[in-house]
Each structure stands twice: as C-alpha cells, then as structure tokens.
Design a protein around this ligand. Structure first.
Ligand code: HEM
Length: 270
C-alpha cells in the first residue's frame, strides 16, 4: 500500500494558565492572599519544570487535537481508568484491615463492615466499583470495536486492551475469594476447576491458582498477592502504554465522519 503523507499537525500552543504572569506595574509584591498563593504555586511548578521539562510531556499528552464529532462514547476509556483508580484507593484502605489467613480473613472482613470507621462505605465502594469497572471496560471495548478503532495503526492498542480486559476479569475472580465466606469459598473452587478444564495450560493454571494440589491456606495468600500486587501493577503499567499510544496515534474519528476534501487524502497516492 503506498504510504500516505499527511500534513503534520501544529504543536498545540502553551495553555494560558501555564504562561508566566506579567509583573504588576511597579513590580510590587502580590496584593491578595489568593494572588500570593497563585504565585507560590506557579513558582513551584516553574521550579520543578526547569529541572525536569515535564511540562512538555504534559502538554504533549493533554493538549491534543481531537477529531470533529467526538462524543460521550469517547469518555468510556477514561471512565474505566477512574473506576480502576477508585478501586486502587479503596483497596489500599481495605488492605490496612484485611488479614489474608484462613482463620482471620472472614473476621477481618466482618470487622471492616461492622466496626472500622467508614468501613462499610469503603468496602461497598470497592465491591460495587468492581462491577462498574467490568461493565465500563466492556462498553469501552464495544465503542472501540464499533468505531473501527482496532484497525491500522491501532492494532497494538487493541491487543493491550485485550490483556487489560483479561486482567480486569482476573481482579474480579481473585477478589471474590477474599471475604472467605461460604459463597466465595465454593464459588472459587468451581472457578478454579473451570480453569483446569482449559486446553493445554488449564491444569497448570488451576495448580498455580490453588498453590498446590489442595484448596487451602496457601490458596488464599496466593489469591491475595495476585489481587493486590501482581495484577494492579500490570494494569497500571499497561494503562500507561495504552494512553501513550492513544496520545501518539490520536483518537479515531467517528466512522460517519468524511475527510473534508478528497485531495487531502489523495495527494500522494495518485
Ligand atoms: C483497564 C481497562 C482500560 C482502560 C483504563 C482504557 C483506557 C483508554 C482510554 C482513556 C482511551 C482514550 C479515550 C477513549 O477512546 O475512550 C482508550 C482508547 C482505546 N482503547 Fe482502551 N482502555 C481499557 C481497556 C481496553 C480494552 C478492553 C480494549 C479492547 C480490547 C481497548 C482498546 C482501545 C483502543 C483501540 C483505543 C483507541 C481508541 C481510538 O483511537 O479511538 N481498551 N482506552
């Protein structure tokens, strides 16, 4: 296929807020406490930026051109990311009280709900948030599929997305065991057995999840480690790669949007 040579988009201008404020006539000190606070904030940002040049990267990431016709469906990826962040924050607070031992897990979860300050609220956020994240990730995947965003040059971002989807499901599966009540215990045995029926890797996978031939104490700590260290770390890293590619490649225009003039696309092909 002949290579299209599209005009390079101009570098986005520095947003107004990042420009240094002109000095007041006379160069006197800032007048109100609010002015002083604003100036202090600007100096801190300037100080960091002078040493890191991070504002360039931030500008590249955040101030991008988006195609005409971009609509609410394009917010589903960010919504998924915020669901993940909410899970991470509430999860940290739950981890302060949760004890992943077979004798204490149920009691520690009960303590969180009934006694810890705002425990029921935080545990509820985490529990409902997990369903919200799963629903959002599917809706976001549907949006990218129906808008054809999986096609060249975004195939790699689709593949990263598939891994993110699997990891999101892994979070739900491993989290379900943690309250260690009758329901979560037996449901997880069923889930691990289903994994075992997979072709080739199935038996190894279920052995790995059980942490041995029997479902027991080691299973719970393994699920906990996967749930709160391994998978969230991988999700965070992959979201970074996913967003890098979104910023680099730009978002796909809605499928019903036509190029403004034919010559814009035909120039090099003819
Ligand atoms: C934790 C899960 C995920 C997060 C946090 C996430 C986040 C995002 C964000 C913020 C965007 C840019 C805004 C947007 O288009 O909505 C995006 C774009 C994209 N995502 Fe995801 N995503 C996730 C999962 C997935 C999955 C499961 C797929 C598909 C299998 C996928 C495929 C894509 C593609 C192809 C784009 C580019 C869209 C375009 O160019 O218009 N993502 N993602």
């Amino acid at each position: 296929m002949p290579k299209l040579k599209l005009p390079k988009p101009p570098v986005p201008p520095l947003p107004k807020q990042l420009n240094p404020r002109p000095r007041r006539p006379g160069g006197g000190p800032a007048e109100t406490p609010l002015d002083m606070a604003k100036e202090a904030g600007t100096s801190v940002v300037d100080w960091v930026d002078e040493r890191t040049s991070l504002s360039g990267a931030a500008r590249w990431m955040m101030f991008r051109k988006v195609p005409r016709g971009t609509n609410w469906f394009y917010t589903l990826g960010s919504a998924t990311m915020f669901a993940f962040l909410s899970q991470a924050v509430t999860g940290v607070f739950l981890a302060m009280y949760y004890d992943p031992s077979p004798t204490h897990a149920y009691e520690s979860a009960r303590y969180i709900t009934n006694e810890a300050f705002l425990g029921e609220f935080v545990r509820g956020m985490h529990k409902w948030g997990s369903s919200v994240m799963v629903i959002l990730v599917f809706l976001h995947m549907g949006r990218t599929f129906f808008f054809g965003a999986y096609k060249y040059p975004r195939e790699l971002n689709w593949i990263i997305g598939v891994v993110l989807l699997i990891l999101t499901m892994t979070m739900s599966f491993t989290g379900y065991l943690l309250p260690f009540d009758q329901r979560s215990y037996w449901a997880t045995i069923v889930g691990v057995n289903i994994n075992g029926t997979g072709p080739l890797v199935g038996p190894y996978l279920s052995d790995f999840l059980r942490a041995g031939p029997e479902f027991g104490a080691t299973t719970l700590s393994r699920f906990y480690a996967i749930h709160m260290l391994l998978v969230p770390g991988a999700i965070a890293a992959l979201i970074g790669a996913h967003l890098y590619l979104v910023a680099k490649l730009g978002t796909t225009a809605p499928p019903w949007l036509k190029a403004e003039t034919d010559s814009e696309l035909r120039e090099e092909v003819a």
